[in-house]
Design a protein around this ligand. Structure first.
Ligand SMILES: O=C(O)C(=O)C[C@H](O)[C@H](O)COP(=O)(O)O
Length: 224
């Protein structure tokens, strides 16, 4: 998928599942369930042991070029700290790259291969640097340190900034972030915590569906 199309999909589907796991099998299962529940954007973190295997398996199965039209999902890599990891993830099929912080060399590498990069930012200075590095969507991380009113504050001087809060996003605050102007949200632990505890990964699909429903309700409210 071309870079512009990946960015369009993130704007369209708005909910990014940030998936960690202790094994490839666990991470893949969580991703499959999230996709079954309707989430289309999957961020598989590089903290999973052998994470590249999980990226490869998922990318092969859900790529827009091979999956049936209604079954595709966009698979990306999360917790990417350096360009070496970004390149390896891209070679394994990652269609976007996310990091917890802004790493200019990673952004440059991603630009070289026309892969969207979404670095974590915490300050106006980092947001400006991200824009100058060609970043289309910044990840406001850790989002739980802020309230949704920060979006308005950041967009005062930087109205061109597309913001994806991540960290602490839940069904209780998703609507607040979206109506405040977030273009997407990243959801990690809340999506998988219960499933990991009970070993019942079907719960991820249920949660995913609740998140997509909440997102659509929030969008409808915002666009009124
Ligand atoms: O390392 C990264 O790149 C991250 O994305 C950090 C966190 O895993 C997410 O921010 C999820 O946070 P929770 O939804 O609060 O679990």
């Amino acid at each position: 998928m071309k870079k512009i199309e990946v960015i369009r999909q993130i704007h369209k589907y708005g909910v990014v599942a940030v998936l960690r796991g202790n094994t490839v099998e666990e991470a893949v299962e969580a991703a499959e369930q999230a996709i079954a529940g309707g989430i289309k954007i999957i961020e598989l973190t590089m903290t999973v042991p052998y994470a590249l295997q999980a990226i490869e398996q998922l990318a092969k199965k859900y790529s827009s070029t091979t999956a049936e039209a209604d079954k595709f999902a966009v698979i990306g890599a999360g917790t990417v700290l350096d360009p070496e990891t970004a390149r390896a993830a891209i070679l394994s099929g990652a269609e976007f790259v996310v990091g917890p912080c802004l790493n200019p060399a990673t952004a440059t590498l991603c630009n070289r291969y026309r892969i969207p990069v979404m670095p974590g930012i915490m300050t106006v200075k980092e947001a400006q640097e991200a824009l100058e590095l060609g970043v289309d969507i910044v990840k406001l991380f850790p989002g739980n340190l802020y309230s949704p009113s920060i979006i308005n504050s950041l967009k005062g001087p930087l109205p061109q900034l597309n913001i994806m809060p991540t960290g602490g996003v839940s069904l209780n605050n998703l609507e607040d972030w979206i109506t405040a102007g977030a273009v997407a949200v990243g959801i990690g632990s809340d999506l998988t915590a219960e499933a990991a505890k009970t070993r019942n990964y079907g719960l991820v699909a249920e949660k995913a569906q609740q998140y997509m429903d909440a997102y659509h309700r929030a969008i409808a409210k915002r666009d009124l």
